[in-house]
Write a protein that binds this ligand. Sequence first.
Ligand SMILES: [Zn+2]
Length: 146
Amino acid sequence: MRYWGIFLLKLGVIYLLIRGLWLALVALLPPPAAFLYHHFRPFGHDLRWTVIILALFLLACGLLYLAVWDQTMRCRSCGRRLRMPVLRGSYSKMLQEGRPQFEYICPFGHGTLSVPGTRFQGREPSSWRANKGLWEHLIAADRRQN
Ligand SMILES: [Zn+2]
């Protein structure tokens, strides 16, 4: 739940930022000149406004891309950034052992994200594996040793 809450918060901040920039631009820039007493919509009729709208659109797309990219590297349970990348497998033994993967883990042990180390077919999905009861398992193993 916190994972999606963080994502919705980021989307809300991006919306407010883009909306604020748009309102500031509308307030600060002069309106497009009228052509034969007709006030056309600025996009596509006035070069300055068209360039500004396109730049704002590109900024919004870039921010959305960063928000989604950041969200893929977060823990699905607690929403914290995943850490400690570990390479599983070997590039030199890829034909014998399979493709290597980077594994990122939540600092609180909620799960592990496996990201392919090689991409043969473009964008390939990562896989999330929840570690159920990791700490209980470690505590039980420690008690068995004592
Ligand atoms: Zn976590």
